[in-house]
Design a binder for this molecule. Structure first.
Ligand SMILES: [Zn+2]
Length: 155
């Protein structure tokens, strides 16, 4: 991760907000502190926000945060194929946590019990989920190896 692209989060004020520039002058932000994300497309009256409000669970909608640039921040969901995922888990806007779930290899036994697509090699090990506080998004990412360089197969 390039230090130059870290900025101050408009939601939590933390200094570990990862700014990324995409084609078509789109900029996205993902805060490693609070785990919320936004982009230049997430403006108050934009289509992206409208779609998000139409399709998101109540909890996500309740947690949307409008910053002083009139952009909405939403909780992010991180999925690393073969490694795991981090997502928000909770009952209401005050009572929620980050959840980290590791991916495990699908065994022959698993395939006898449940149908998995042939090309799917891993599944989320929901029973091993670990919980993290609202400002511990980065710790949750560490559990699924988000910051590790790609491992070699011979390990
Ligand atoms: Zn933040």
């Amino acid at each position: 991760m390039n230090e130059d692209q870290l900025t101050t989060c408009k939601r939590c004020g933390g200094n570990a907000c990862y700014e990324q520039h995409l084609p078509d002058s789109i900029t996205t932000w993902l805060c490693m502190g609070c785990g919320f994300t936004t982009s230049t497309l997430m403006n108050e009256d934009g289509k992206v926000v409208k779609d998000l409000k139409d399709t998101s669970p109540e909890l996500y909608k309740d947690l949307l945060f409008l910053d002083d640039n009139k952009r909405y921040w939403a909780p992010s969901t991180i999925t690393l194929p073969g490694k795991g995922m981090v997502f928000l888990d909770g009952v209401n806007a005050d009572d929620w946590q980050w959840s980290a779930v590791k991916a495990i290899e699908i065994t022959e036994e698993d395939r006898k019990v449940k149908q998995f697509p042939k090309d799917q090699t891993h599944k989320m090990d929901v029973e091993s989920a670990s919980k993290f506080g609202q400002r511990e998004f980065m710790d949750a990412l560490e559990v699924i190896g988000f910051f590790e360089p790609e491992l070699q197969n011979e390990n």
